[in-house]
Design a protein around this ligand. Sequence first.
Ligand SMILES: [Zn+2]
Ligand SMILES: [Zn+2]
Length: 203
Amino acid sequence: MPGPFEVRSKTNNILPCAAQTKMTNHVLFEPENVLIKPEDLIRLNYEFMRIICEGGECMKAISPSVLSKHLQKRHNIKKEETAKFIDSIAPMMLWRKMQTIPEDGLKPQRGIRVVDGFRCRHCLDFRSRSAEDIEKHWTKEQHGAPAGSLVVHVRLQSWGVQSFGERPVYWIVVEEGAKSEEDKDLLLGASEAMTSAEDWEFV
Ligand SMILES: [Zn+2]
Ligand SMILES: [Zn+2]
């Protein structure tokens, strides 16, 4: 039913106005949003109590407090369908934002993007996606003259950030077949035995 402010031509067709064109483009260029259901996008990680969105570019944890908005705004899911889905995962909506992160050296958490990054060769805990960050840290912490490279290349995951300016907290993952046992020790800066990846359960 056309609204009162739409402009009509003599043939009674609705003329495209700027808003309509924009809306049409929006739908056309995001075909993945057509008929997508929340359950196609959302993965629940019971081990770490995280709600993960695997849709499009997301591949990150979504805080329960913004899940409804995320599904509607980012993935064009209708309000009613979003509400129904959120009802269906009510217990998980009580998972609050926590900084519990997997230990280093495990297989990647499913649904979470794996990115290239670096760890300080001197400290186990300092890691960043930028080698320059590590260089700055090296100077600041006065690690001294390096014997070789300051950084160890690693593969990282993070739950993502929920607000602008927040720094992601990274853990190091070891992808299947990517590294030998010896390399793993270097990546993690330790030779302690790895927890068997089979210990982790995903639903
Ligand atoms: Zn998403
Ligand atoms: Zn360091």
